[in-house]
Design a binder for this molecule. Structure first.
Ligand code: NAD
Ligand code: ZN
Length: 355
């Protein structure tokens, strides 16, 4: 039986970050606070004065690459040398939120991060954690996973567990004002793609469907508008991202994500850009959504990189195919249990070589 859980508490308004001191004051009796913050904010100072006290730690998350198991293991071994904090605060985009979620799990569960890549493998509840997104779209603030790239295993997979969910969110649309335009589009599209994949899959879930439909409606308002980055649009996208994360916590993605995971594993393409690249080629699988997506690209005047896969040789393509086909759950959701007969190596190459 699927017994669904969503994030228990959230505050949402412009300037909500100013409520962080009060939220932390309630937590101080449980111990110190560990912050995982996107390193962008170290240089920009865009978060103002953080409510730091003696014994608190700040880890600046290097978002130059998306989180890996290696990175998390190194971070955990550093953090495990310190007294166990009472609260962890993660601030940033999907990479920083996932880093915070994974670290909170690793502080209360022994061993290496790869031991928990999969479904419901964590034994102990994580540290209480607060998520503060500064980039909207991945839904990492609402989902029950934290995605890690495992280079040794050629595998991109999260720690899927109720323990991975944030306990509290602070949703403040003013924090996304500084996101570069292309990044804003790529990450925003992750919500649209999660939800269209969920709605087109065979695994149906009444609540997830409703979350997805509303998230897509908000994405349409944002990406058809003349200013996708106005404060109003940023608030809508922040809500869409949260709803998309709730949807995906109860459903599965489809064909785009396994293909995109292969691009990330083999070429190092970042998740949301990789999704956008794959989505251009999906007209046989998601026809109306692909057309709508191409319309978003045109309306927002976004130019994607071209010929990304043109230099891949046969051996690279085989590696990419393996890194795609390993994602059985979403592929079954999209194409049925005989997905290997639909997504053959040749069909895969036809798609990939157009990217
Ligand atoms: P990101 O966190 O990797 O950040 C991308 C860039 O945006 C970085 O350079 C960062 O410094 C910058 N940035 C973030 N906020 C900013 C701000 N307010 N102003 C200026 N720059 C800012 O990007 P993302 O697309 O949000 O996250 C991608 C990651 O999320 C991937 O690792 C992906 O696997 C993961 N993901 C997780 C889930 C989940 O449910 N946990 C779902 C989808 C994707
Ligand atoms: Zn995604």
């Amino acid at each position: 039986m699927q017994n669904s859980k969503n994030v228990l508490r959230y505050v949402i308004n412009n300037g909500a970050i100013n409520q962080l001191p009060a939220l932390l004051a309630e937590r101080r009796c449980h111990g110190s606070v560990t912050f995982c913050i996107d390193h962008y904010f170290k240089a920009s100072g865009g978060l103002g004065n953080l409510p730091l006290e003696a014994g608190d730690e700040i880890y600046w998350v290097d978002t130059g690459q998306e989180p890996t198991t290696e990175y998390l293991d190194a971070l955990a071994s550093q953090a495990r040398k310190k007294p166990l904090p009472g609260t962890l605060v993660a601030i940033g985009g999907g990479s920083s939120l996932d880093t915070g979620k994974a670290l909170a799990n690793l502080l209360t569960n022994p061993g290496k991060s790869e031991e928990y890549q999969g479904w419901d493998l964590l034994c102990n509840p994580a540290i209480y954690k607060i998520g503060i997104p500064t980039l909207s779209g991945t839904g990492a603030e609402a989902s029950r996973t934290c995605v890690l790239n495992n280079k040794a295993k050629n595998l991109k997979l999260g720690m899927n567990s109720d323990f991975t969910l944030f306990d509290q969110l602070v949703l403040d649309p003013t924090l996304t004002a500084t996101v570069p335009r292309n990044q804003y589009f790529y990450t925003g599209m992750d919500t649209y793609i999660h939800c269209l994949e969920s709605l087109n899959g065979s695994h149906r879930h009444a609540m997830a469907d409703s979350f997805s439909r509303q998230a897509i409606a908000l994405c349409r308002e944002v990406f058809h508008s003349n200013d996708m980055q106005s404060l109003e649009s940023r608030e809508k996208l922040m809500v869409a991202s949260y709803l998309g994360g709730c949807a995906i916590a109860n459903s599965f993605v489809g064909l785009v994500h396994p293909l995109s995971a292969a691009l990330s594993m083999v070429l190092g393409t970042r998740h949301c850009l990789a999704n956008c690249l794959v989505m251009q080629t999906m007209e046989d699988f998601y026809p109306s959504e692909t057309e709508e997506y191409l319309g978003f690209l045109a309306k927002q005047n976004i130019n994607l990189p071209t010929a990304v896969c043109s230099k891949l040789n046969e051996s690279d393509l085989r590696t990419c195919y393996q890194a795609t086909i390993i994602h059985e759950k979403p592929l079954t959701n999209a194409l049925g249990t005989k997905f290997r007969d639909v997504l053959t190596f040749n069909r895969f190459c036809e798609i990939f070589l157009r990217i």
